[in-house]
Design a protein around this ligand. Structure first.
Ligand code: IPE
Ligand code: IPE
Ligand code: MG
Length: 239
């Protein structure tokens, strides 16, 4: 049993509500995504300052490809621009960039810039920022099971050796700890296929605030609330 009390080591965020934020203002959806990237910048900096070690941002789900081509293309252009423009700020804040998801689905300009930003920030030792891109929790498990099945077929692994560690190691997140705190903006009460395996004991915090309006003060509120949680992991409260 662990009492949370401290700052979470790993925070994961479902950044939702950009479209509604734009609609409320009579703007095109992409303007909501643009404003959302300002929130992302602010939260990355805040997380680093506070001493969070890992921040995973759900930026684009594998299901988001179902959106009109106009929106997905604009989002990908925005992503590439963000990855390029943020390099000086990432360095200044000692942030290392990582990514999870079916990255080969991204357009070439995004893949190239992602590889470049990862390369140049690889030696930073502060916060690890993990972008979930073309990410789906079930797809991640499919990819993991394929890897494990290949190991078994090639005789490197026996089925009875498969345990929770084997499965965790087969996922995109193999080198990161599980999230301690999951934040979702815009009030939706669902996971939307995000980190299904990794969130088994994650504390959840949901706010009606739309992502472009989610800034540092509310992030601090979420962390403060986390500190008061008691994490039991199936055990009992201390008497
Ligand atoms: C989140 O905002 C960003 C992405 C999913 C890329 P949405 O675009 O889902 O905004 P709403 O939910 O339509 O308001
Ligand atoms: C989840 O938001 C995905 C991201 C924030 C990238 P969605 O807007 O795609 O989720 P649903 O469709 O409302 O479940
Ligand atoms: Mg949404």
């Amino acid at each position: 049993m662990t009492e949370a009390k401290t700052i979470p080591q790993h925070v994961a965020i479902i950044m939702d509500g950009n479209g509604r934020w734009a609609r409320e203002r009579g703007l095109p959806r992409i303007e909501g995504h643009r404003a959302g990237s300002d929130s992302a910048r602010e939260i990355v900096t805040a997380a680093g300052e506070i001493g969070v070690k890992y921040l995973t941002l759900y930026a684009f789900s594998i299901e988001n490809w179902r959106r009109p081509r106009e929106e997905t293309s604009a989002l990908m252009r925005l992503l590439t621009k963000f990855l390029k423009d943020e390099i000086p700020t990432l360095h200044k804040n000692n942030v290392r960039l990582e990514a999870i998801g079916r990255l080969a689905d991204l357009p070439e300009h995004s893949q190239k810039q992602l590889a470049e930003t990862r390369r140049v920030t690889a030696k930073n030792t502060g916060l690890t920022l993990i972008l979930a891109l073309s990410y789906g929790g079930r797809t991640e498990m499919v990819d993991g099971v394929r890897k494990i099945a290949t190991e078994v077929r090639e005789g490197r692994l026996r089925p009875e050796q498969i345990n929770e560690e084997t499965i965790a190691a087969s996922l995109y997140t193999s080198s990161f700890p599980d999230p301690d705190l999951l934040i979702r903006t815009s009030g939706e009460m669902r996971l939307s296929n995000f980190l299904l395996w990794q969130t088994s004991y994650t504390e959840i915090w949901i706010t009606p605030t739309l992502w472009p309006d989610f800034r540092k003060p509310e992030f601090l509120k979420a962390l403060e609330d986390y500190r008061k949680r008691q994490r039991r992991f199936g055990g009992v409260e201390p008497t």
